[in-house]
Design a binder for this molecule. Structure first.
Ligand code: HEM
Length: 405
């Protein structure tokens, strides 16, 4: 069998896809000492763990990963408790609410960022747009003061640094814990005030939500909002950067999308398959489970490689080719996020914000294409993605014909 590469090495971080292929072919299940987990990479196995039809997996492993920075969120919960807690928040992210209430918020926030650089003829689509847009949208959807967007952005940066702190840098850990305290200090008075004066925003919806007599406490709401920063910010940020990187590296597909914005949902779906923002998701086995290549004992951590499963040749033809026209990929609609790529996971924890992400990316890409005629990569673009758990271009310098002043 070929040697399985070390998933924490710099070579792997630079380009994990050759390593993913080796894993799928020769080691579809193996024990990885550094992450103390069993790693799986085939589409059918990752799909089975996510769908979890027989209740063999929990997300207990998230307790130590997420709790220090967010507190308790739906991601850490399993079973009936998860179902109730998820039902409290899910309606706010339905297609109908998004279209009516939040589409104008999405359009406005995208336009404001674009207006800051459209007259210049150049931009870094990561720093000037992708890292800001989803976080601004969340803050605005929650009904927070616009003057606080910059603060929100700082907390967002600190939270994702905490979650990506593989080397356990104590300063990053301490900064993450400080952020948790500052975020709570900021949110609690706002939540209390909002309970007295319910409005039409997301925070009011969360304050008023009730399922089977259960309501969200101030702590629950604060923790969920903190989760939104990471779950809804970094992921969407990387999806937007990814879609532009993929299109700019395939100019004929960029031209086709520019010509027909109706192709943007395809470009989004193919980007999520080809370069998913989240590459690894962990689960805990509740019982002994047999997967391709062997058995996982009860109580073990299982690392599901989304980035590997999405390029499984037994599921997608010619999987290492970026092709928005491929016919073996389901493209979602405005009211259904059901997808076959695994970028949003599947089953109980399937991304609550999938339709919001789709609305943001589609609106953003459409506005950006219109605002940037003649779009091309600027010198200095490094197409290498970075990151292990989440991945995406770290910068995306572009040039275009400036809009007339
Ligand atoms: C769950 C990916 C955007 C909120 C998830 C999961 C994935 C994912 C893989 C499953 C995690 C697991 O099973 O352990 C993505 C991607 C996005 C995106 C790739 C963008 C392209 C968003 C947005 C929001 C959001 C915009 C909300 C503002 C959530 C929440 C969960 C979740 C709350 C937890 C659901 C649960 O535990 O039941 N997301 N996400 N996500 N996502 Fe997203």
């Amino acid at each position: 069998a070929q040697q399985v590469p070390n998933i924490l090495s710099p070579e792997f971080a630079a380009d994990p896809y050759p390593a993913y292929r080796v894993m799928r072919e020769s080691a579809p299940l193996f024990w990885h000492e550094a992450t103390r987990s069993y790693i799986i990479s085939r589409y059918e196995d990752v799909e089975r763990v996510f769908k979890d039809r027989n209740g063999e997996f929990t997300t207990d492993n998230y307790t130590w990963q997420l709790e220090p920075v967010h507190g308790k969120t739906i991601l850490q919960l399993s079973g009936r408790e998860h179902a109730v807690r998820r039902a409290l928040v899910a309606p706010a992210f339905r297609g109908s609410d998004l279209q009516e209430k939040f589409l104008p918020v999405i359009e406005r926030n995208s336009r404001e960022l674009i207006d800051a650089f459209r007259h210049t003829g150049s931009a870094d689509l990561v720093a000037d747009y992708a890292t800001r847009f989803p976080v601004n949208v969340i803050a605005d959807m929650l009904g927070l003061d616009k003057a606080d967007h910059a603060r929100f952005h700082r907390w967002y940066t600190s939270v994702i640094a905490f979650l990506g702190n593989l080397s356990g840098d104590p300063e990053v850990t301490a900064a993450g814990e400080r952020t948790r305290a500052e975020f709570a200090e900021y949110m609690f008075p706002i939540i209390r005030e909002r309970r007295e004066n319910l409005g039409d925003d997301l925070l009011s919806t969360l304050c008023a939500a009730e399922v089977d007599g259960v309501r969200m406490s101030d702590e629950d709401i604060k923790a969920f909002c903190s989760l939104l920063l990471a779950a809804g910010g970094e992921t969407t940020d990387k999806a937007i950067a990814g879609i532009f990187a993929n299109l700019l590296l395939h100019p004929e597909q960029l031209a086709a999308v520019r010509e027909d914005h109706g192709l943007i949902p395809r470009a989004f779906a193919e980007t999520l398959r080809y370069t998913p923002p989240v590459h690894m998701i962990m689960r805990q086995s509740a019982t002994e489970v047999t997967l391709s290549g062997g058995t996982v004992p009860a109580g073990a951590t299982v690392t599901c490689l989304i980035g590997a499963a999405n390029r499984d040749e037994s599921r997608y033809r010619d999987p290492d080719r970026f092709d928005i026209f491929r016919d073996d990929l389901t493209v979602t609609t405005a009211f259904s996020a059901a997808a076959d790529h695994l970028a949003f996971a599947l089953g109980r924890h399937f991304c609550v914000g999938a339709l919001l992400a789709k609305a943001e990316v589609e609106t953003g890409v459409s506005q950006l294409l219109d605002a940037m005629p003649g779009l091309r990569l600027a010198d200095g673009f490094d197409p290498v993605e970075q990151g292990v758990f989440t991945r995406g271009p770290q910068s995306l310098p572009v040039r275009f014909t400036p809009a007339a002043a």
